[in-house]
Design a protein around this ligand. Structure first.
Ligand SMILES: [Zn+2]
Length: 364
């Protein structure tokens, strides 16, 4: 299922075999919460080198309903995406005051934004929904506290996350759907270690690190990550949820993380911010309106091969939808090129030098 190929310090490359495809690791997943990556068709997404996306099973269960998608032939068929799909369970939405009613040992009570009805999401229902969707990888339901919440509160959520993880595993019927457990623990080393050991001891196919990159300092984040990874078995893929900044991905890969997802490239595109190996540029305030060169000289994406900075600038300034498409294609291709370069550097055994060089140029 997961095979390590090359190692450079703690960083590693590998292959993750899913039922729809095999993915080269470390890899980056664009976010397609509601079964679409914003502003892209599946063909455009595939052309960016994307091998896997992450959708949100809880959001899809509210609209259009997981049973409808199942009837449609599953999520892959529904959205015409033949490659990998991870589905998140909804634990993250519990952090949103718009959704959350309350959390008990039983599950998470949400207010359905489409109609206001209260819905109870339990580990068992989270698994059932993800099986109905037929994703490649189902994420366990976790109780995600604010990472800097008081120790006792985070401890309670770690204990609950363990109990929910066990219930989630018991609810598994679909043998071909991989399941990933999620550890929590906020910024507390002791809790991170306890949570990592517990989740690692359970029968999961992959191990995720949750509740990070949401407001704590970078120092706290990387300390929590290293406390977790120290107790994660080497032979299972490790997924740091929600981390998307290129500098942070580079540090996490160095610690041995294999899998990432973030809204960053698509959100940046919607804010007219283009990502390049020489840093990010805000196109609405850039001096590019008379620049006839591509967004990035050596980028092989559809936007860079066909259009100029001047054109992309014009589209973004005039709110043309095609501008968002071009910006999204380029930003996602940037992330995938970054991951390709990361894998090549690990393979070549010079990952630390690559990381240093990247940071130097990206910050320049
Ligand atoms: Zn490009």
């Amino acid at each position: 299922m997961f095979k390590i190929k090359d190692e450079c310090g703690k960083a590693r490359t590998g292959r993750l075999k899913l039922r729809s495809c095999t993915i080269k690791t470390p890899f980056f997943m664009p976010v397609g919460t509601k079964a679409a990556v914003k502003n892209l068709s599946p063909e455009q997404l595939k052309e960016t080198g994307t091998e896997c996306i992450i959708a949100n099973s809880f959001v899809l269960s509210l609209k259009p309903g997981s049973k409808l998608i199942q009837k449609h032939g599953g999520l892959h068929e529904f959205m015409k995406w033949k490659k990998g799909i991870f589905t998140d369970s909804g634990g993250f939405q519990a952090g949103s005051k718009d959704f959350l009613v309350g959390i008990s040992d039983k599950g998470i009570k949400f207010r359905n934004p489409y109609g206001g009805k209260a819905e109870l999401l339990m580990p068992e229902t989270a698994k059932l929904i993800q099986e109905e969707l037929g994703s490649d990888v189902a994420m366990a339901l976790d109780d995600m506290p604010n990472p800097t919440a008081p120790f006792e509160k985070v401890k309670q959520s770690v204990i609950r996350t363990n109990e929910w993880a066990e219930r989630f595993i018991k609810a598994k019927i679909d043998k071909k759907q991989l399941i990933f457990g999620i550890s929590q623990g906020g910024i507390y080393k002791e809790l991170r270690e306890f949570s990592a050991k517990s989740i690692n001891s359970m029968d999961f196919d992959g191990l995720a690190i949750g509740g990070l990159a949401i407001g704590e300092t970078k120092r706290q984040m990387f300390a929590a990550l290293s406390a977790t990874i120290a107790h994660y078995g080497k032979n299972k893929p490790r997924y740091l949820m929600g981390l998307g900044s290129p500098e942070d991905i580079l540090v996490a890969v160095e610690q041995g993380v294999d899998c990432f997802d973030s809204i960053l490239p698509t959100q940046n595109a919607r804010r007219a911010t283009l990502m390049t190996f020489n840093g990010t540029v805000h196109y609405k305030t850039s001096k590019y309106s008379k620049d006839f060169s591509p967004i990035e000289e050596d980028c092989d994406c559809y936007a860079c091969k066909n259009f100029t900075k001047a054109y992309v600038c014009h589209l973004l300034k005039t709110y043309e939808n095609f501008g968002l498409t071009l910006a999204t294609i380029h930003n996602i291709r940037f992330m995938q090129r970054l991951m390709e370069k990361i894998r090549a550097a690990i393979r070549a055994g010079d990952y630390p030098a690559f990381r240093k060089e990247f940071i130097k140029n990206y910050k320049a």
